[in-house]
Design a protein around this ligand. Structure first.
Ligand SMILES: [Zn+2]
Length: 446
């Protein structure tokens, strides 16, 4: 296929904006970039981008599809007063309520959401304690059907007893092997958080896989994680994870809001990745992670949504504003840092887990994972001011088409792989029973 009349945003290391360049795609890969391609390949199908910006699809470094049914759901009793209560009254009883259909529809509605928002690769962190075995296959199948790319894992925890922990370990090990042979899927080894993991379980997780696999775990999202770790053995969370061999150049820790300087240094030294989710941190009122300090220390920081809808530019904007108001200094959190995290670091992370294709840039040999943005700048748009044009001008509603591996998942606002109306209706029909089971589980923890 040839894409013509596009303005290409390449997101190469030296970002370029190429007006009116054509792209030739073959077998899901960008084969050639230039002009006169229509004449050179007269038999190729041509798609006219009609002057839209064409750029690599966005990548989400940390999300939870299982949270989909929280939307519009009431939490019984008084509102949770802090993050531990949010876990006990919202997320834990909700993930308990998911059966196979619940997991499938949670993933389906968020796959629709990701395609419409131009997010083409997603790192999911899954939990469904009453349907563990096979849960990652259900999510993987949905992503494959949707045409997206995903890196899956199951949150191992001791919250559901030793059997639950064992089943979680097995689910990770199974999917890590399986995903290695499947195009567009990858897998990490998921851990919930230090505060729900005993020493024995951490040891068992470390032993269950080789050093080439990375872990994906929440770290220091709230002080409770640090207090718990200090109570267990006098160590802070990251020190504890280091002791159990969990850190490393493929491991992803989400949040890091409450880690101290030594813990940050340990993340930097070990090459561990950290993901920032500003919308989630604000919503849970857990605090503000020292993201700029982390970047200065050399920690590879990416950006995720933590189960919010998968609008990455919205996540960028929230981070951009949050750090300014937090420091009472409009110079903090430059849009250049946002792009470093949201574009370059997220792409490097995705390329680590999905090494068969080059993701996150438009260049010859890269995957044709593209989005088309109907944006009409009224001031000059150049490589140098693009980060600010995105923060202040781009909106996900301007995305008209989303493509993965050279295949349109949404073309001119029409979804081609998933039927949104049908999925939403079926998901909604399932909601009353999921919410009813949820209400039955709320009392379990609180
Ligand atoms: Zn999370």
């Amino acid at each position: 296929m040839i894409i013509k009349n596009g303005k290409l945003i390449t997101w190469e290391d030296e970002n370029q904006i190429l007006d009116n360049a054509e792209i030739m795609i073959q077998d899901g890969v960008i084969e050639e970039i230039g002009s006169g391609l229509e004449k050179k390949f007269p038999d190729e199908e041509v798609y006219n981008a009609k002057g839209q910006y064409v750029m690599p699809g966005n990548i989400c470094a940390h999300t939870h599809f299982y949270g989909a049914y929280a939307r519009g759901m009431g939490i019984p009793g008084p509102a949770p007063k802090d993050f531990p209560e949010i876990l006990e009254k919202l997320w834990w009883p909700l993930d308990m309520a998911l059966d196979e259909e619940g997991v499938r529809y949670s993933a389906l509605v968020f796959a629709v959401d990701a395609i419409k928002n131009g997010t083409t690769t997603l790192f999911d962190h899954h939990a469904s304690p009453n349907f563990i075995d096979g849960s990652l296959d259900v999510i993987g199948d949905v992503l494959l059907e949707a045409g997206l790319r995903g890196v899956l894992c199951y949150e191992v925890t001791d919250r559901n007893g030793p059997e639950g922990a064992k089943a979680g370990i097995e689910e990770n090990v199974r999917m890590i092997k399986k995903a290695a042979g499947i195009d567009r899927l990858g897998a990490a080894f998921g851990l919930h958080a230090s505060l729900t993991l005993d020493d024995g379980t951490l040891e068992a997780c470390r032993e269950a896989i080789d050093d080439q696999t990375g872990f994906h775990i929440h770290v220091g999202e709230h002080q409770a994680d640090e207090y718990d770790s200090l109570n267990r053995g006098g160590q802070r969370v990251v020190d504890r994870l280091k002791q159990f061999g969990i850190l490393g150049p493929k491991t992803i820790v989400a949040h890091g809001v409450h880690i101290d300087l030594k813990e940050a240094a340990l993340l930097a030294e070990s090459g561990t990745w950290l993901t920032h989710q500003a919308r989630s941190n604000m919503n849970n009122a857990v605090g503000v992670a020292a993201i700029e300090d982390f970047l200065r220390l050399g920690i590879k920081v990416g950006i995720g949504t933590d189960g919010f809808y998968h609008a990455m530019w919205e996540e960028w904007k929230t981070a951009y504003f949050l750090h300014k108001v937090h420091h009472l200094d409009p110079r903090r959190m430059s849009a250049l840092d946002i792009v470093q995290m949201g574009v370059y670091n997220n792409a490097a992370l995705a390329n680590l887990y999905l090494p068969e294709t080059k993701l996150g840039r438009i260049e010859v040999g890269a995957a044709a994972d593209l989005i088309f943005v109907d944006y009409h700048p009224y001031t000059p748009l150049q490589a140098g001011n693009l980060p600010w044009q995105i923060i202040f001008g781009f909106q996900e509603s301007m995305i008209t088409s989303t493509m993965v591996e050279g295949k349109f998942l949404m073309k001119d606002k029409e979804l081609l792989t998933l039927d949104e109306e049908k999925i939403a209706a079926e998901a909604q029909a399932l909601a009353p029973e999921i919410w009813e089971r949820y209400e039955g589980f709320v009392g379990l923890y609180s």
